[in-house]
Design a protein around this ligand. Structure first.
Ligand code: ADP
Ligand code: TRP
Length: 314
C-alpha cells in the first residue's frame, strides 16, 4: 500500500473548460500528482442538476477528460474515472441525506444564490453537497484541490464525515480543501469570477482568434492608470516585475496592452491546444474510462461494505 496522502477532485461536465478552471484547480493538480496518490473524476450526476441534454452531457464528459489529459495529468499515475460508472456515489449520498439536516444544507452558498435569484431549485441542487461528500469520502481523500468557490462544499464533506463517524463508528477520513491563494478566484473578462455560467470566460483551448475576440471584449474602465481587468488576467501568466514596466510604457494605450495579452495567452495555450487536438483523435478515451471505472469501483465497493455493515443494511 502506498504511504502517500490521497488527493481527489473533479470538474462538472457542463461546458467548455476555461482558464479559471486551469489556474484555480488543474494547475495545482498537475503539480501535485506525484506527491499524492491522485484521483480525478468527472461528476456527471452533478452536471444533471443543470444539464438535461444527453448528447451535450456526453460531449462535456469528453471535454473534461481530454482537458485533464491535455494539461498534463498522467493516466499512468492518476486514477481517472466517470462518477456514473460507480453507483456507490449515489448510494452513499442517500445515506448522508439521512444524517444531515435541511437547515444545515440550507446554508449552502450555491443553493442560497439560486434561491435568491428566484430560480426553481431542484432537490438535486439543494442536495448537491451530499453527493459531493460521497465523492470525496469514498476514496479516503486527504486533500481536495479546488478554487475558492468550492471551499464550503469540502467543509460540508468534512462535517458529514464527522457526523457519520460519531453516529456509526470511524469510517471516513476528514478531508481538507487545497486552494492556491493567488488564484483562488480568477476574474473573467468582465471582472466578476470567471465562470461558465456568466459567459465571461476565456476557453482553455481557445484558438488564437477566439483569444483575440475575448481579450478585445475585456471590460476596461478609464478610472486609474491601468486597465485592471486586463492586468489581472495578464498576472496569471507573468510576474508583476515583468508586467509593470510594460503597463507603464503603454499607459492609456489599452489596444497595445490587450495585444500583448493576446500574444502571451496564445503562447501559453498553444501547446495544450495542440496536445488536445492530438489526443482527441489518438486516445482511447472509452477504454480509459472503462478501466478507471473498474478500479474506482473496487475501492468504492470495499468502503461501502464497511459503511453498510455499520449502518445495518445489507
Ligand atoms: P464554473 O464556475 O465555470 O462552472 P466549475 O464549478 O465547474 O466552474 O469549477 C471546476 C473547478 O474549477 C472547481 O475546483 C472550481 O473551484 C475551479 N474554478 C472555477 N472557476 C474558477 C475561477 N474563476 N477561479 C478559480 N477557480 C475556479
Ligand atoms: N462541485 C465541483 C464543481 O462545481 C465538482 C465536484 C463534484 C467536485 N464532486 C467533487 C470537486 C468532489 C471536488 C471533489 O466544480
Amino acid at each position: 500500500m502506498s504511504s502517500k496522502k490521497k488527493m481527489l477532485s473533479g470538474i462538472k461536465p457542463t461546458g467548455l473548460l476555461h482558464i479559471g478552471n486551469y489556474f484555480g484547480m488543474m494547475k495545482q493538480s498537475v503539480l501535485l500528482q506525484d506527491e499524492f496518490e491522485s484521483t480525478f473524476f468527472i461528476p456527471d450526476y452533478h452536471a444533471l442538476t443543470t444539464l438535461h441534454d444527453p448528447l451535450m452531457l456526453k460531449g462535456f464528459v469528453k471535454e473534461v477528460i481530454l482537458g485533464y489529459l491535455s494539461v498534463g495529468l498522467d493516466p499512468k499515475k492518476v486514477l481517472l474515472f466517470r462518477q456514473s460508472d460507480v453507483q456507490e456515489h449515489t448510494e452513499l449520498a442517500w445515506i448522508f441525506n439521512c444524517i444531515m439536516t435541511v437547515s444545515y444544507l440550507s446554508r449552502g452558498h450555491a443553493y442560497k444564490d439560486a434561491e435568491a435569484k428566484g430560480e426553481e431549485v431542484t432537490v438535486g441542487t439543494f442536495d448537491y453537497p451530499m453527493l459531493m461528500a460521497a465523492d470525496i469520502l469514498l476514496y479516503d481523500t486527504d486533500v481536495v484541490p479546488v478554487g475558492q468557490d468550492q471551499k464550503q462544499h469540502v467543509e460540508f464533506a468534512r462535517d458529514t464525515a464527522e457526523k457519520f463517524n460519531r453516529l456509526f463508528g470511524a469510517a471516513f477520513k476528514l478531508p481538507e480543501a487545497r486552494i492556491m491563494e493567488e488564484v483562488a478566484t480568477v476574474p473573467g473578462i468582465d471582472g466578476r469570477k470567471m465562470s461558465k455560467s456568466y459567459n465571461n470566460y476565456i476557453p482553455l483551448f481557445a484558438s488564437r482568434e477566439e483569444i483575440a475576440d475575448k481579450v478585445m471584449a475585456i471590460v476596461t474602465d478609464s478610472k486609474g492608470t491601468r486597465p485592471e481587468n486586463v492586468y489581472a488576467i495578464h498576472r496569471l501568466l507573468k510576474d508583476a516585475s515583468a508586467l509593470d514596466p510594460l503597463y507603464e510604457e503603454n499607459e492609456g494605450n489599452y489596444k497595445a496592452l490587450k495585444e500583448a495579452l493576446v500574444e502571451d495567452l496564445d503562447a501559453f495555450i498553444a501547446p495544450m491546444r495542440e496536445r488536445r487536438k492530438k489526443l482527441e483523435v489518438e486516445y482511447d478515451i472509452d477504454g480509459l474510462l472503462r478501466e478507471g471505472g473498474e478500479r474506482a469501483q473496487e475501492i468504492a465497493s470495499a468502503k461501502m461494505s464497511d459503511v453498510r455493515a455499520k449502518i445495518g443494511v445489507r
